[in-house]
Design a protein around this ligand. Structure first.
Ligand code: NAI
Length: 353
């Protein structure tokens, strides 16, 4: 087992392992960078086949959080936790033990929900540490489930992309294929439908797709072919790595803009999208609405209107990336990565000076 030699190791500041016998907790926290502030990022629970696989995921995801937080202008660095295990067998006690583990880091890392963990799990974590966010909404405060906030950012990102690509200021009649209509996809469909977009949706859970069909007059299309529909926009809102050497050549949409994390199987797939004249909205820029919401919930002191204004800036940020990419003839993911890295390095230099 190696960390420093791992292909995803990228100058991470800290990787630490937590074990709790009674609850069978096995967790890893990776802190990529604290240059911009404490490392924030969700906790993923997944039945990793090996510890190496879990380390690799924690390293990759925590670096992604550094970029995401930097591009969202949040006062946080990047970190991530992974719990090795099947989320169908999780218990409140397991998350309390995880909370104690997070607390030992003294605020260097702040956790929240991610794949396999929920707001309820974070409530268990909060019994043992204050370094947690993404808790249930309390009274009139914002916060709570980040999915609708993520959906708002993706909707604004699609609008920015449509304006950039076609000079359109409205979405009436725009054909959008949405892959995955769960927490984010469902709310995204509602926003798009309210603007007159024509929806085609696919979900492995037929009830989720049927709900969008019944409520929003969407057409249901097969899960296997939703990516290749003859539409204007493809919005991946389910899985990662859907943009790869096997799929990109078959995509008919001219814009790819959705919520899923790590949409590109590898960085070079951004070059293929550019070559295919597909405008790609970098995932960690367009899907930052949720992290903006949970961050402001954690820090306190912001109003719902301020959070909404921050999420609205996602559209402008994407337009800046699209402009730069066009001027420099570079893939949009390369431009976004460079901007994020510059922000982190500037903060690092300030710390050293
Ligand atoms: P979710 O689990 O609520 O929804 C995902 C939906 O995709 C489910 O309905 C699932 O049945 C469906 N699905 C799974 N495999 C599929 C396939 N092969 N084809 C079609 N549908 C499939 O998850 P959520 O919260 O909506 O997140 C969606 C994506 O956005 C994930 O990649 C997540 O990591 C990412 N994301 C979510 C954020 C949030 O605030 N919830 C924030 C940032 C990113």
């Amino acid at each position: 087992m190696s960390v420093f030699e791992n292909r995803e190791f990228n100058g991470h500041e800290l990787v630490t392992f937590g074990n709790d016998g009674p609850t069978a907790l096995r967790a890893i926290v990776a802190v990529h960078s604290t240059a911009l502030g404490p490392a924030a990022g969700g906790c993923r629970m997944w039945p990793y086949a090996s510890t190496d696989e879990a380390i690799t995921d924690a390293l990759r995801l925590s670096r992604g959080m550094s970029f995401k937080n930097a591009m969202a202008n949040l006062p946080f660095g990047g970190g991530k936790a992974v719990i090795i295990g099947d989320s169908r067998r999780k218990t409140p006690q397991l998350f309390e033990a995880f909370g104690r583990f997070v607390d030992t880091l003294g605020g260097l890392y702040i956790t929240a929900e991610d794949v396999g963990t929920t707001t309820t799990d974070m409530e268990s974590v909060a019994k043992q540490t204050s370094f947690v966010t993404g808790l249930h909404r309390r009274g009139g405060e914002f916060g709570g489930d980040p999915a609708p906030k993520t959906a708002l950012g993706v909707y604004l990102g699609i609008k920015a992309a449509a304006k950039f690509r076609w000079g359109r200021t409205d979405l009436a009649g725009l054909r959008v294929a949405v892959q995955g209509v769960g927490g984010v996809g469902y709310h995204l469909c509602r926003l798009l439908a309210a603007d007159g977009a024509v929806l085609r949706v696919a979900d492995v859970r037929s009830t989720a797709a049927e709900r969008v069909r019944d409520e929003l007059s969407a057409s249901i299309v097969p899960v296997e072919t939703v990516m290749y529909e003859d539409v204007d926009v493809f919005a991946p809102c389910a899985l990662g790595a859907v943009l790869n050497e096997h799929t990109i050549g078959k995509i008919q949409a001219r814009i790819v803009a959705g919520a899923a994390n790590n949409q590109l199987a590898k960085d070079a797939d951004g070059v293929s999208l550019q070559a295919a004249s597909i405008l790609y909205a970098p995932d960690y820029v367009i899907n930052a609405g949720g992290i903006i919401s949970v961050t402001r919930e954690y820090l306190g002191g912001s109003s719902e209107a301020q959070v909404s204004a921050e999420i609205h800036a996602i559209g402008e940020r994407l337009t800046e990336i699209f402009d730069k990419a066009r001027r420099e003839n570079k893939p949009t993911n390369v431009v976004a990565d460079r901007l994020a890295q510059e922000r982190i390095e500037t903060a690092q230099n300030r710390l050293v000076a």
